[in-house]
Structures are given as structure tokens and as C-alpha cells.
Design a protein around this ligand. Structure first.
Ligand code: CP
Length: 324
């Protein structure tokens, strides 16, 4: 059996299950395309009919606000039909396998499956079994990857900082259980960010064989000193097994991003957070809502990035000449 690739035989992206192995030029192409779709709140959203006749199905087995809503808006704004399958009300709860669910929806002419699942490997497994005209996009895989989040984080940094090479980016919090940290690290490494720091309490640090090339800090203040970008993460309580963490108040005292702590970073620092935020745990209200925060721009960019990914995959399908 040949090894799985998210690229087609001509090296074009067919699926997006991970940012691992995605070349820098393809990553930049998605960011450049996404930038053309960015519209601020109050502006008329970017729209086209380029995905007319295409059906995109969202299949989320874990909760989501930002990712699910933005994939749905992205699909609709490109003219696609969009379907949100409520897994808790689907026949999966009656014992139907994931593949039978996929084959059922494929029979209804679904072209793109957007999948969030707590179990590692589901996106790739589905991608290995769909018809040749169908694409699979990860909307978050266990603690392992969240590729469109990595892309939108990179786009946000590009917008606010104008480039990557001279930056110090500190990713702070529960790195060990965070798919956001892994995908953002992968994107920023590929884009050759000057210095990436992972900053976490000992118990929330990932294993030594992960995040190769990052500078590790277990002391918050050292980790954010002179940083250009501080990316805060929530504690992934749903993934904690046997890890002891302090209560919310103690965590905030040691690891919460306050205005006083933020003064250690560069004066023009930006503060990012993928959401959902736990205010008063990893971030103070006046930082989350303060002038350095670009958290809402991240959300805006999420729609644009997902439009760019969907358009890229369907455009590549047309280039492959794959019949439906
Ligand atoms: N950042 C993110 O994935 O948010 P949701 O869980 O709300 O989709």
C-alpha cells in the first residue's frame, strides 16, 4: 500500500489534513489567496460563485464555534451548498461506522468533508477512502493538528508584522495538549520565523522530540521577554489525563497574561489567542480586550483562510480533470 499523501500526483493539494510537509510556497499561496478574501466587520463580505455546484459537509464530533461557523460561511460565500451534520443526532449514534456515514453523504454528492474529531487519524483514514473527486479538510484532529488555525495565525502575524524572519513568537500555555500550538508552530517554522518559543509549566510541556527548533521556557516572564508576538492558549481540560494542574486562580497568578507581564514583551507586541478564551485563567480581561490584542482579526482571517483552502482544493480538482 502506498503511503498517504495529501497531494495529488502532480504535487497539487488535494486534501488538507496537516501542515506537516506542506511546502513554503504552497503555504504562501494560500495566505496570499486568503488575503484577497479578508473583509473587516461592517464591509460587504467577499463573494463569488466559484464553488457553485460543490457541496461541503461539516462533520464535527467535538464542539466548535469559530471553525465550524467559518467553514460554513466560507463555503456559502463561494457559492457552495453547505451541510452541517449534527453527529449527536446522526446514525453514528446507532452504530454506523464513520466510513458508512461518509459513503452515505458521498452518495448525496458531497465533494468536500470538513472533519473535526477527537480520535487521531480519522481525517487521513477518510481521505484514503473517498472517491477521487472528493477532498477532506481537517478542522482539528485530537491534540495533533489544526491546519487552518495554523494558517490563519500566520496570516494574522503577516498582516500585523509584515513578515516573519525577524520576529520572536512566544506560544504560551498548555502546549502539550494543543493542536493549535502544533499547527501554528509548523506554519511559523515553514515560514522561517526568527525565533519560536514554547512557554509552558513543566507538566504542560510537550515531549522533547516535538517542536524541534523551538526554544523552551518553563518560566513565563523569561518566555515572553522582548517577544513580538505572544500567543496564549487555554488549558485543554478535555484532554488532561492524570496531569495535575493548579486551580484557575493559581494558574492565573502564575501563567495568566496580565498587562504588567505584557510590558516585558516588545512595546509593539501583538497578543493572539485561538479561542475559546478562558478569561481570568490564561488571559486577563484588559489584555484580551486591550490595544495589543488581535484576537478578533484572527477570527476574521479564519473565514478568509477557509475560503482560500476550499477554493484551492476545488481549483486543483479542475486542474486534475477529475470527473464527478
Ligand atoms: N480556535 C478554534 O478552533 O475554535 P473553535 O473550537 O471554536 O472552533
Amino acid at each position: 500500500m502506498t503511503a498517504f499523501s495529501q497531494h495529488d500526483g502532480d504535487g497539487r493539494l488535494r486534501h488538507l489534513t496537516t501542515l506537516d510537509g506542506l511546502p513554503r510556497d504552497q503555504l504562501r499561496e494560500i495566505l496570499d489567496r486568503a488575503q484577497t478574501f479578508v473583509r473587516s466587520p461592517g464591509e460587504i463580505p467577499a463573494r463569488s460563485r466559484v464553488l457553485e455546484g460543490v457541496t461541503v459537509a461539516n462533520m464535527f464530533t467535538e464542539p466548535s464555534t469559530r471553525t465550524r461557523a467559518s467553514f460554513e460561511l466560507a463555503a456559502r460565500r463561494l457559492g457552495a451548498d453547505s451541510l452541517n451534520l449534527d453527529i449527536s443526532l446522526s446514525s453514528r449514534v446507532k452504530g454506523e461506522t464513520v466510513l458508512d456515514t461518509i459513503y452515505t453523504l458521498q452518495a448525496m454528492c458531497v465533494d468536500v468533508f470538513v472533519i473535526r474529531d477527537a480520535e487521531p487519524g480519522v481525517c487521513q483514514y477518510v481521505a484514503e477512502h473517498v472517491q477521487s473527486h472528493v477532498s477532506v479538510v481537517s478542522a482539528g484532529e485530537a491534540h495533533l493538528s489544526h491546519p487552518t488555525q495554523g494558517l490563519l495565525d500566520a496570516l494574522t502575524i503577516l498582516q500585523f508584522k509584515g513578515g516573519f524572519r525577524d520576529l520572536v513568537v512566544a506560544i504560551v500555555g498548555d502546549i502539550r495538549h494543543s493542536r493549535v500550538a502544533r499547527s501554528s508552530f509548523r506554519a511559523l517554522s515553514t515560514l522561517e520565523v526568527g525565533e519560536i518559543r514554547i512557554v509552558a509549566p513543566e507538566g504542560l510541556m510537550p515531549d522533547a522530540d516535538e517542536f524541534k527548533g523551538a526554544v523552551r521556557h518553563t518560566h513565563f516572564e523569561d518566555g515572553i521577554a522582548h517577544a513580538d508576538v505572544v500567543m496564549m492558549l487555554r488549558i485543554q481540560k478535555e484532554r488532561l489525563t492524570g496531569t495535575s494542574i493548579p486551580d484557575d486562580r493559581s494558574y492565573f497568578d502564575q501563567w495568566g497574561l496580565t498587562r504588567a507581564r505584557l510590558k516585558l514583551a516588545r512595546p509593539e507586541v501583538i497578543v493572539m489567542h485561538p479561542g475559546p478564551m478562558n478569561r481570568g485563567v490564561e488571559i486577563a480581561n484588559d489584555v484580551a480586550d486591550g490595544p495589543a490584542a488581535v484576537i478578533r482579526a484572527q477570527v476574521t482571517n479564519g473565514v478568509a483562510v477557509r475560503m482560500a483552502v476550499l477554493e484551492t482544493l476545488i481549483e486543483n480538482r479542475l486542474k486534475r480533470g477529475v470527473a464527478r
